[in-house]
Every structure is written in structure tokens, then in C-alpha cells.
Design a protein around this ligand. Structure first.
Ligand code: CA
Length: 228
């Protein structure tokens, strides 16, 4: 049984109670807040293991709560999973760029929501491999030191930018990176990369990966991830 604590932030009573009930049944310790202001107070005081944050809140909205938590010396490391409605892709992108970890779109299936929460809690316990460490995933091995990608032992010829893009995604399989995040991580090498250029790099990377290209997934309206 899990004993991690989750702070549920949702102004709609029915959804909040449904979440509270089901998360408690899964063994989580659950606290709930019905407004952004309450959420900030509860998060700062109790430092839960995860914040499940509805974006559409009256008053201080979810993005403002996210921003405030990420600026808080203590609360900034709290994993945040956003609850969003369909069509809020721009808010999801903003939230991910503010440092939220993941998102679930309403209406959600409880099974999917629980799986996402477990994944975020698991990832937050385990630090991602260092930028200098080799990553092995789906039969691909990515060696940053040697600047080498092997697929089932065979080398793949990538440009420096394609290599860094693949390594970025592969260090955190399942994690969604927005174009903006990818731009800022790839920036600083030989030349500046634009968001549009990220799309072009992805197309080229997929092509070079052949059958493995399918693991580089597009998350519509949000960005890219390596399949978990
Ligand atoms: Ca709401």
C-alpha cells in the first residue's frame, strides 16, 4: 500500500470528493483544497508528496498556484500533476514550462489518472540519469560521452542537435517536453534553435531511427515525448 500524501486542488465538490475517496482507497494520505489560496497554504504547510492541481479555479487559478509553488524555496520541488479540460493545451504548455510534471485531461478515467500519479511519484523518487550517463531504452543505447547511438548494437548517424534531442527525451521516457523546453535545453550549442526547428529536427530524427522512430511521439498541441 502506498503511503504518500497527495494534495487535491479542485473547486468542483463532486470531483474533489471523488478524487479524495478513490485516492484514499488506494492508500494515499489525501488533503483537499477548494481554491488556489487554500492550496498554496496547504502545500506550504504540509509539503505533500504530490499536488493534483485543477487549472480552472476561481480567484487564484491553477497556473498562478503552479507559479507560486515553483517560486517557493521549499515547495518548488513538489511534483505537480495538472487537471485540465479539453482545449486547454496552451495552459498545459504554460504549466509544463512553469515546472509542472504532467497533466491529465478531464473527463479522466480513474485508472489512467492513478497510473499517471504513480508514474510521477516513482519518477520523483528516482533522479533521472545524469547528462553524462548512458541511457538504454527500447533497445537503443545513447552514450553522451561518445556521442553515439546504438540500436540493437548498430550505430545510427545523428547530427549534434538530433543527438541532444534524443538524449533529452530518452533520459525521461514518458515525460512530455514542450517545444519551448526543448528549445531552451538545446540552446547554447552551435546555433539557436527555434520552436519550428524542433519539429523539423524531430522529423529528421525519426527518419534516421527507422523503425525506432515511432518511439518519439508527438503530443498534440503540447510537444514531444519518448514512449515509456
Ligand atoms: Ca475547476
Amino acid at each position: 500500500m502506498a503511503h504518500e500524501s497527495i494534495l487535491v486542488v479542485e473547486d468542483e465538490d463532486d470531483i474533489r470528493e471523488l478524487l479524495r475517496y478513490n485516492l484514499a482507497r488506494e492508500g494515499y494520505r489525501v488533503a483537499a483544497a477548494a481554491s488556489g489560496e487554500e492550496a498554496l497554504k496547504a502545500a506550504r504547510e504540509s509539503l505533500p508528496d504530490l499536488v493534483l492541481l485543477d487549472l480552472m479555479l476561481p480567484g487564484l487559478d491553477g497556473l498562478e498556484v503552479c507559479r507560486a509553488l515553483k517560486q517557493d524555496a521549499q515547495a518548488r520541488k513538489l511534483p505537480i500533476v495538472m487537471l485540465t479540460a479539453k482545449g486547454e493545451e496552451a495552459d498545459v504548455v504554460a504549466g509544463l514550462e512553469l515546472g509542472a510534471d504532467d497533466y491529465v485531461t478531464k473527463p479522466f478515467s480513474l485508472r489512467v489518472l492513478l497510473a499517471r500519479l504513480r508514474a510521477v511519484l516513482r519518477r520523483s523518487r528516482a533522479a533521472p540519469p545524469l547528462e553524462t550517463e548512458a541511457v538504454a531504452v527500447h533497445g537503443m543505447t545513447i552514450h553522451p560521452g561518445r556521442h553515439e547511438v546504438l540500436i540493437q548494437g548498430r550505430p545510427v548517424d545523428l547530427t549534434a542537435t538530433e543527438f541532444r534531442l534524443l538524449h533529452l527525451l530518452a533520459r525521461r521516457p514518458g515525460w512530455v517536453f514542450t517545444r519551448g523546453q526543448i528549445v531552451s535545453r538545446l540552446h547554447g550549442q552551435n546555433h539557436a534553435v527555434t520552436e519550428r526547428a524542433v519539429d523539423v529536427q524531430v522529423v529528421s530524427l525519426r527518419k534516421k531511427l527507422g523503425d525506432w522512430g515511432k518511439y518519439v511521439e508527438t503530443v498534440r498541441g503540447i510537444g514531444y515525448r519518448l514512449r515509456e
